[in-house]
Design a protein around this ligand. Structure first.
Ligand SMILES: Cc1cc2nc3c(=O)[nH]c(=O)nc-3n(C[C@H](O)[C@H](O)[C@H](O)COP(=O)(O)OP(=O)(O)OC[C@H]3O[C@@H](n4cnc5c(N)ncnc54)[C@H](O)[C@@H]3O)c2cc1C
Length: 406
């Protein structure tokens, strides 16, 4: 057992950190305030080999591992703790990878190099207004007409429309649709890549209405309407009616990096807190000298260390399964550790954020201090983004206790 980072990982972390200090740290508050991720930042991330990290070299990517993605995600979050930029990164490290695994050669050759160049983005469009947890209940219809599919219906809370619209090539979503009798639940679900732009222009059958986000506002989570949107059959991802399992694989992969992203945010918050409690004097002493504060700091530092180990284990398990083809690891392990990491790390970032907010006193309530802005981004992963806490518990319980009982 070796807990130290390999020399390659150390060098990689250092290079991402340098990138973040130059390009992310100076703008993260502005990104959150204006709700816009600049396209030139995305292009710079691609030039630095960070964006679309796990896309293979064959399609112009870096062929990076999930551990490397976790390292980059942690650093991006540490230097931009409101999380818009880090979450954009992690979405591009997960859903394009699923396209790479199950998409047609034509779609991969068209879409993946554009993402790798930072000229496109790919999001996930799953949740509908009647409820997002039960993915087997999606109602967005896809009907086949010759060589095309016609997609109609509405998705709610789909991130990235303005990012996609602002990018040169554009991009689209991994979209989960119904292609048969709804009573057959997960057995009549098919996945598609649905582009938002064609030849550089927005498809008029795709429209969106943004929600007013409280945090991670650069991702512009919106209601998306597909009004008879036509996609070629080569944009289908996997078999007809075989989309449910593939979609679950995408969520599992994303969760295996969400731990690292929320840990980056938590680390930044605790560092801010540490610096503050050492220097803030009240009743003539630094507040760190009060045990109610120093003991709480100790507890949170201990939790952070434990959570960080779990988040890297989740990424490592995904690497064992996908890159090393290690027979000791299954898809179920990737799901289990991804769910555990999300369940542990996201609430911890919020807990640390709330505590640090209190250490800063009344000033933390105002936007002039960036503390609350930071942990409200992590809170999105507690309430629902990429699955609620109860759904993570369901995955863990079903895996360890057994589906027959849970
Ligand atoms: C900031 C943000 C960004 C998002 N971005 C995207 C995106 O890009 N694409 C996308 O598709 N979705 C996105 N989502 C939506 C997210 O995936 C959903 O919020 C999530 O899946 C839960 O769905 P829901 O909100 O409809 O809650 P519901 O499914 O209605 O659940 C309501 C409550 O019931 C609980 N519950 C449900 N089933 C069970 C059960 N079996 N046992 C116990 N409790 C249960 C849930 O835990 C929750 O507390 C985003 C959400 C947020 C907050």
């Amino acid at each position: 057992m070796d807990f130290s980072e390999s020399p390659e990982h150390r060098i990689f972390r250092e290079s991402v950190r340098e990138f973040c200090k130059r390009h992310v740290e100076p703008i993260w508050i502005d990104v959150d305030e204006r709700g816009v991720i600049p396209t030139d930042l995305i292009e710079r991330m691609a030039q630095a080999g960070i964006y679309g990290l796990t896309i293979s070299e064959e399609y112009g990517g870096q062929g990076g591992t999930f551990t490397e993605a976790a390292i980059a995600g942690e650093e991006l979050a540490y230097h931009g703790p409101a999380l818009s930029i880090a979450v954009l990164f992690l979405i591009q490290a997960s859903w394009p990878y699923v396209l790479q695994l199950y998409g047609t050669e034509e779609a991969k050759a068209e879409v993946l190099p554009e993402i790798a160049k930072g000229r496109a983005a790919m999001g996930i469009s799953s949740t509908e207004a009647h409820g997002g947890s039960d993915v087997s209940d999606v109602r967005l219809r896809a009907v086949r007409e010759g060589d095309e599919w016609v997609i109609s219906g509405e998705k709610t809370m789909t991130s990235l429309p303005t990012v996609i619209e602002s990018l040169r090539w554009g991009g689209g979503w991994f979209t989960i649709a119904r292609t048969g009798d709804p009573a057959l639940k997960h057995r009549t679900i098919t996945d598609f890549f649905v582009p938002m732009k064609r030849n550089g222009v927005r498809d008029p059958t795709v429209s969106y209405r943004p929600w007013t986000e409280i945090a991670r506002r650069g991702l512009d989570t919106s209601v998306i309407t597909f009004n008879g949107t036509r996609v070629k059959d080569h944009y289908r991802i996997g078999e007809v009616n075989g989309g449910f399992k593939i979609a679950m694989e995408g969520f599992n992969l994303a969760r295996s990096m969400i731990g690292a992203v929320t840990i980056g945010c938590a680390r930044w918050l605790l560092d801010q807190g540490l610096e503050w409690i050492r220097k803030r004097e009240v009743f003539g002493r630094p507040i760190a000298s009060y045990q109610s504060i120093s003991f709480r700091f100790a507890e949170l530092a201990k939790e952070l260390e434990a959570a960080r180990l779990l988040c890297y284990k989740a990424a490592w398990v995904a690497d064992r399964y996908y890159f090393h083809k290690d027979p000791n690891f299954t898809l179920s392990d990737v799901a289990l550790y991804g769910a555990m990491a999300k369940l542990k790390c996201a609430p911890l970032a919020v807990e640390i954020g709330m505590e640090v907010t209190k250490w800063f006193g009344g000033a933390a309530y105002f936007k002039e201090l960036p503390i609350m802005r930071a942990w409200l981004g992590a809170f999105s992963y507690v309430v629902g983004a990429e699955g609620t806490e109860n759904i993570m518990k369901l995955i863990v319980a079903r895996t360890l206790i057994g589906r027959d009982l849970v």
